[in-house]
Design a protein around this ligand. Structure first.
Ligand SMILES: *[C@@H]1O[C@H](CO)[C@@H](O)[C@H](O)[C@H]1NC(C)=O
Ligand SMILES: *[C@@H]1O[C@H](CO)[C@@H](O)[C@H](O)[C@H]1NC(C)=O
Ligand SMILES: *[C@@H]1O[C@H](CO)[C@@H](O)[C@H](O)[C@H]1NC(C)=O
Ligand SMILES: *[C@@H]1O[C@H](CO)[C@@H](O)[C@H](O)[C@H]1NC(C)=O
Ligand SMILES: *[C@@H]1O[C@H](CO)[C@@H](O)[C@H](O)[C@H]1NC(C)=O
Ligand SMILES: *[C@@H]1O[C@H](CO)[C@@H](O)[C@H](O)[C@H]1NC(C)=O
Length: 486
């Protein structure tokens, strides 16, 4: 009796147990050791000595194919547009130096703005930086628009507001590709006068005699950026063509004295949140929505900048997740998100410092994290990316490797999580920064802020190959994975 019972029991036991054991084994692999990874091709970048690359002479010639919707512009990295073969190593390293200057100027501006409320009495208008106050030299994405019927290439900046171009007659202009904008040959050019509400609404950047004492008729403007770059000239309005969408009476700066924007662009497109920005001026047409997909410099691809809330133009590969834009009155012209978590290779990080505002900026390159969060990221990353020869720190980057002798490698995925469970999974091209093109110095492309109370910044290096949707009307930001170059 007993024997029989045992005999019938055993096979049953095994058939149930075997799949259970397998499942347990698989689960334990996920928990211990088998992490989410992506494959990085170490020697397949345009700057790699092993891959020759010819910059195209005509930067914006590529057809956008099925993306060519009414208000979609091609967006390009300015190094692709500069058209000359360059010393990539030098460029890549110089970018880090300039990036640090931009972040310092951003922190100073944020500090000035946030402290002005508590010390209202002692801070007069002239002491607060009234204008952008942010370094321009790192801005590296360009689009082409038509202003008054003429092609203009503009550097895209979500961190500033006024759109401007270099303008004839010019007192002092930097070198640009193509002719300067000339108001005298445009019938749609209109001067903005000092007595207009447009001028009066922009007292922070305009001068109608209040400073010089000489009463003026034309609304003159000045915008200074944090790195000594500036533009000054006349405020005016003109028709602007964004893709196939034409807008009349667009207010812009006709810059007659300009310094500091390189990359041979005609000027700058301001996509900040204040009233003079392109987004605010086109609220009725585009419902306060714009989005971009920033291409990686590595493969020299094109991305897109779209205006309007028609999501059918997105080529997202994951569904769009939204997170609220934080409303901080003193920082109302910035786009700020709530970073609530992060994961490395699928492992969620534990630190109490999540849940704070983090700025999303198209002009900062490397993402900056508060020291406590950066340390947690770095520790987990090093745990999972082990066995590779380490290399010394460089500039702001302190987690570096010598990968010259490697081909394809597996690297841990990096995810940032925002309020409402919106997720940004960093593209494989956004995890490492190549300080040396031969891969002998490759660093984790994230950096620590100096102080815990500084504001974190999501840089454009980690925004590559994502659809990033700025919805200023519903005060939210959408993120989805997208391969820009398709
Ligand atoms: C603007 O550039 C496009 C090519 O990108 C060209 O076809 C067009 O003729 C140019 N327009 C003007 C007014 O120069
Ligand atoms: C504003 O100033 C311009 C130029 O001086 C003048 O032509 C125009 O009539 C003025 N408009 C108003 C509403 O005062
Ligand atoms: C865009 O926004 C407007 C106004 O909020 C709305 O009426 C329209 O349906 C939206 N269009 C799409 C495609 O979501
Ligand atoms: C793109 O995003 C939309 C909106 O979230 C979603 O419905 C769609 O499935 C996404 N496309 C892909 C391929 O995931
Ligand atoms: C961020 O989100 C968390 C969780 O929803 C919340 O507790 C926290 O107060 C938010 N932080 C800010 C600055 O809004
Ligand atoms: C990097 O590694 C390669 C191969 O292992 C070695 O030959 C080279 O000297 C290293 N470079 C540096 C800068 O350490």
């Amino acid at each position: 009796m007993k024997m029989l019972k045992k005999a019938t029991y055993l096979p049953l036991n095994l058939s149930v147990l075997a799949p259970l054991l397998l499942l347990f084994f698989l689960l334990s692999c996920v928990v211990h050791g088998v992490h989410e990874k992506k494959i990085l091709r170490v020697h397949n970048n345009i700057w790699s000595p092993k891959k020759s690359y010819e910059a195209s002479s005509s930067c914006f010639s590529r057809s956008l194919g099925n993306v060519r919707e009414s208000s979609t512009l091609e967006i390009k990295h300015r190094e692709i547009c500069s058209g000359k073969t360059t010393d990539w190593g030098k460029k890549l390293r110089r970018t880090l130096v300039l990036d640090n200057i931009r972040v310092q100027s951003l922190q100073l501006r944020i500090k000035a703005l946030t402290s002005s409320r508590t010390t209202e009495q002692s801070v007069s208008e002239t002491q607060i930086p009234l204008t952008s106050g942010i370094n321009l030299k790192t801005l590296n994405y360009m689009v082409k628009v038509e202003l008054g019927g003429k092609n203009m290439t503009l550097i895209v900046d979500t961190g500033s507001d006024l759109t401007w171009v270099q303008c004839q007659p010019c007192r002092s202009c930097y070198n640009q590709q193509g002719p300067l904008y000339d108001p005298s040959v445009s019938s749609s050019y209109k001067t903005v006068f000092c007595n207009s509400s447009t001028c009066e609404d922009l007292v922070a950047i305009t001068d109608c005699g209040g400073y010089s004492g000489v009463v003026k008729t034309n609304c003159e403007y000045v915008v200074s950026y944090g790195d000594g770059s500036y533009t000054r000239g006349d405020l005016a309005s003109e028709s602007i063509l964004l893709g196939d969408t034409k807008l009349e009476n667009f207010v812009f700066g006709c810059g007659r004295n300009n310094k500091g924007l390189f990359g041979r662009a005609s000027g700058l497109m301001g996509l900040g949140k204040s009233s003079v920005s392109l987004v605010s001026q086109t609220l009725k047409t585009f419902n306060g929505v714009f989005s971009y997909c920033l291409p990686s410099l590595e493969d020299g691809a094109s991305g897109s900048l779209s205006f309007g809330n028609d999501s059918s133009v997105y080529k997202n590969s994951t569904s769009v997740t939204y997170t609220p834009l934080l409303q901080i009155p003193q920082l109302s012209s910035f786009y700020i998100l709530n970073l609530t978590g992060a994961s490395i290779g699928g492992v969620e990080l534990e630190t109490s410092n999540f849940g704070r505002g983090i700025l999303i900026d198209s002009g900062t390159v490397i993402t900056r994290l508060p020291p406590s969060i950066y340390q947690a990221v770095k520790t987990e990353f090093l745990k999972q990316f082990s066995g590779f020869p380490s290399a010394p720190s460089y500039s702001i980057l302190d987690t570096c490797f010598n990968l010259t002798s490697y081909g394809d490698i597996s690297i841990p995925t990096i995810k940032m999580i925002f309020q409402g469970n919106a997720e940004l999974e960093v593209d494989v091209t956004g995890v490492f920064y190549f300080v040396k093109p031969d891969a002998s110095l490759v660093c984790l492309a994230l950096a620590s802020l100096s102080y815990e109370d500084e504001v974190g910044i999501i840089g454009n290096y980690q925004q590559k190959n994502q659809r990033v949707i700025y919805d200023t009307k519903q005060e939210r930001l959408g993120i989805a994975g997208e391969n820009c170059s398709i």
